[in-house]
Design a protein. Sequence first.
Length: 157
Amino acid sequence: MKKSISISYTELEDYKTLDPADQELLASAKKACERAYAPYSQFQVGAALRLKSGEIIEGNNQENIAYPSGLCAERVALFHAGASYPNEAIETLVIVAKGDLIQPDDCLSPCGACRQVIAESEMRQESPIRIILVSESNRTFIFDRISDLLIFPFGMK
């Protein structure tokens, strides 16, 4: 039996049309991006997530000379949330990046490992996590759940 899968997402020309709460989360992701430890790639990534309580948690990529011992910004933020607020749902995750690995108009999409961690977080909390990707030129993509970025995650039901 042949089947097909489709995804939906929203694309905005500019993040300034996001609601104030999402703009606040974006500002936190940008601050986190500036603090990234990326001495080898010179590629900085920032992530910020909002818990249901309104608490904002930031993360940024942390490189290590003994590659692949570093960690992506998304996982830093998600693991911090899981360790510090294990029973609190994550509502939205914003990701930004800057560096020569992407063009200013391109959004950084989470790597496969980060997508799987987001999927596990959704399964753990039994609710979707909105994902917002914003480029340096303000182009913005909004996904309502990780399954729009990762079909058939490991451990899916």
